[in-house]
Design a protein around this ligand. Structure first.
Ligand SMILES: C[S@@+](CC[C@H](N)C(=O)[O-])C[C@H]1O[C@@H](n2cnc3c(N)ncnc32)[C@H](O)[C@@H]1O
Length: 289
């Protein structure tokens, strides 16, 4: 790897090493839903014939968003600036056609036009977009696809509108306390549904929210909000304050659950609303508009 990228990497790796506890993240974040991946693959297959060759997952974290691509491609590569995340991915999500390496999204170790699918799962908001977006375009082949997706919340699906509103209010309150600890310039890109991002591709398909549900428990929701970088940052400066905030979140969520006869031990439907942007490069060279 060239010295410049090592420089970028050690800075960013340090930054993200501080923001993410790879173990906490790995245990409490749910896998990428298959239905979302199938939407992406269907879009790719509209213009790229099978068999599919190469996919790259940038900001792959512990590999959750990487291994899900393995059944569709001959070769899948996961890259992340955090060495701790890459170690987790290698240890826990190893498959014969999947490789992992630490590296910044802004400098990808691939030849021009060599990648058919590039995914960034709940990660784009962390990248330096002025550098990353042309780099993504460079590595993609003609008709190759960049799929950017992310979600902000994982909530219990309560049919009763009053209970649903109470859950929304609880999340709003939790977010408000964490606001000073979030890197807001980053998180707001995702909160604004990537609306402010100009994707340098001929085709840009901003899909309506994709709601993905699964069966879980209320403690899964508490664990999930504890993985937010804002919460982890708060914990570093005020461990007691952060624990009190999480205790409050837990107590209130369980109270709301109790009014629907859902206890922390019960199975309950949890949902995530994914924002998905599908970009296709239909011409060689840099993007001109
Ligand atoms: C919220 S996590 C998402 C992980 C994974 N894609 C998933 O869906 O579970 C964001 C990841 O982006 C990585 N990241 C942040 N900045 C990066 C950069 N400039 N280059 C590569 N990875 C980066 C972080 O280390 C972290 O693992």
């Amino acid at each position: 790897m060239e010295s410049e990228s090592v420089g970028i990497m050690s800075d960013k790796s340090k930054q993200f090493g501080e923001q993410y506890d790879a173990n906490v993240y790995s245990s409490y974040r749910k896998d990428t839903p298959v239905e979302l991946i199938e939407k992406i693959i269907d879009f790719l297959k509209e213009k790229v014939p099978e068999p599919l060759e190469t996919a790259v997952d940038v900001g792959c974290g512990n590999g959750q968003s990487t291994v899900i691509l393995a059944p569709y491609f001959k070769q899948v590569h996961g890259s992340d600036v955090s060495e701790a995340q890459i170690e987790q991915a290698k240890a826990n999500r190893s498959l014969s056609n999947v490789t992992y390496a630490a590296g910044p999204a802004e400098k990808l170790p691939f030849c021009d036009g060599s990648v058919q699918l590039l995914t960034a799962a709940t990660a784009l908001h962390w990248f330096d977009l002025d550098t990353f977006l042309p780099e993504a375009r460079r590595v993609l082949c003609v008709n190759g696809v960049m799929a950017v997706y992310g979600y902000l919340n994982m909530k219990p699906l309560f049919e009763n509108p009053t209970r649903a509103k109470e859950v929304d209010e609880l999340f709003d309150k939790y977010c408000k306390v964490l606001e000073p600890h979030h890197v807001m310039s980053k998180v707001s890109i995702l909160q604004n549904r990537y609306k402010d991002v100009k994707f340098p591709f001929e085709e840009v398909n901003r899909c309506p929210d994709v709601r993905c549900c699964f069966e879980g428990k209320l403690p899964d929701v508490v664990n999930y909000v504890s993985t937010w970088s804002g919460y982890q940052n708060f914990k570093k400066v005020d461990n007691k304050g952060a624990e009190e905030l999480l205790d409050y979140f837990r107590k209130r969520l369980y109270e709301i659950g109790a009014t629907c006869s859902v206890s922390p031990e019960d199975s309950v439907t949890l949902y995530r609303d994914f924002q998905l942007i599908l970009c296709r490069k239909t011409k060689d060279g840099s993007f001109a508009r």
